[in-house]
Design a protein around this ligand. Structure first.
Ligand SMILES: [Cu+2]
Length: 325
């Protein structure tokens, strides 16, 4: 039995090495560099371990001549002092130079797109700074063009959070009173998952997000759609949204009585992959469930649960939000 359990765990463990949240499946410039550093260190250390094991076996079971060699002054100075000193210095130099390539400030100057991400308990405010000087706000999802450098300014609205998209780059903290910077460059189109990597209170584990890398023409098309005001600002659903007070916290651009800034912008909520910081997949049922039971789904989050709404009202609201592509 004792042998079976670890073996049966292996597929699950290996699965953790691929997919949309893994540092070992790089899809970005910085993640590739980190991957190379990791594999260089791991392979080198594995070789050293094998060498030490071989020497141990020979020292125990080898013939007298082999053992005399192992005990010789030359071997001890060479393998015990010179080799570790030189190899560790080389690895240190490689590690430092790899970190040096994270001198992103220069790269940020040539960035095609600037995005501010603000960590909030327990979601991510995403602000695109467009070339024409305007700002575009979204939440819990970053859309970036493949192949282009994207300069991120990382801030927090409350406590320390940490921004980490393992497939794209290393993690970096969001610290009160500071703006930290990170440059992303996705090398392939696709969706990567990110996670807050610094404990920030009750719902910390439910504070994830997606980074969607699109080919530049598709990115431009997305941007064109995203900058429009909400596709629907009239009708019963929109009226109920306003009447329920949702607009005090949430903004829906184009709906004047929904101009709240303290919660995720919902102008194009239906075009996002997830709800509540990658806690729910985004569809009508999830929207209805979230509005009524959000404290059950994500305990402690800053939205009140709307248990007073009737099933009909809930449907109406959920369908309205689901229209906001
Ligand atoms: Cu956190």
């Amino acid at each position: 039995m004792r042998k079976i359990i670890p073996l049966s765990c292996l597929p699950a463990l290996l699965l953790g090495c691929s997919g949309e949240q893994s540092a070992l499946a790089p899809r970005g410039e910085e993640a590739s560099e980190i991957g190379r550093l990791f594999w260089t260190m791991t392979i080198f250390l594995a070789l050293v371990l094998l060498g030490v094991l071989a020497a141990t076996v020979l020292a125990i079971a080898g013939g007298p001549r082999v053992r005399a060699r192992l005990a010789a002054h030359r071997f001890i100075v060479g393998a015990g002092v010179a080799f570790p000193t030189i190899s560790l210095l080389l690895l240190l130099a490689y590690g430092l130079s790899a970190m040096g390539s994270r001198a992103w400030h220069a790269a940020a100057g040539s960035a095609a797109l600037r995005i501010t991400v603000v960590g909030e308990q327990w979601w991510w405010r995403v602000i695109y700074h467009l070339p024409d000087g305007t700002e575009l706000e979204s939440a819990n999802e970053l859309v970036i063009p493949v192949g282009e450098r994207v300069a991120l300014s990382l801030r927090t609205a409350d406590v320390i959070h940490s921004f980490w998209v393992p497939n794209l780059a290393g993690k970096i903290d969001m610290i009160p009173g500071r703006t930290n910077r990170l440059v992303l460059r996705a090398t392939r189109a696709g969706v990567s998952r990110g996670q807050c990597a610094e404990y920030c209170g009750g719902a910390h584990a439910l504070m994830s997000f997606h980074v969607v890398a699109r080919e530049p023409p598709e990115f431009d098309e997305w941007l064109r759609l995203e900058t429009r005001p909400a596709v629907r600002t009239d009708g019963e659903g929109a009226r109920l949204f306003v009447a329920s007070g949702c607009g005090a916290c949430h903004r829906v651009r184009g709906l004047p009585s929904a101009a709240g800034r303290i919660a995720p912008d919902l102008t194009h909520v239906a075009s996002r992959r997830s709800l509540a910081a990658a806690t729910l997949t985004n569809d009508v049922d999830a929207l209805a469930a979230w509005i009524r039971d959000n404290q059950h789904i994500k305990p402690g989050n800053r939205m009140p649960p709307y248990r007073v709404l009737t099933d009909g009202e809930l449907r109406l609201l959920a369908h309205y939000l689901d229209e906001l592509e």
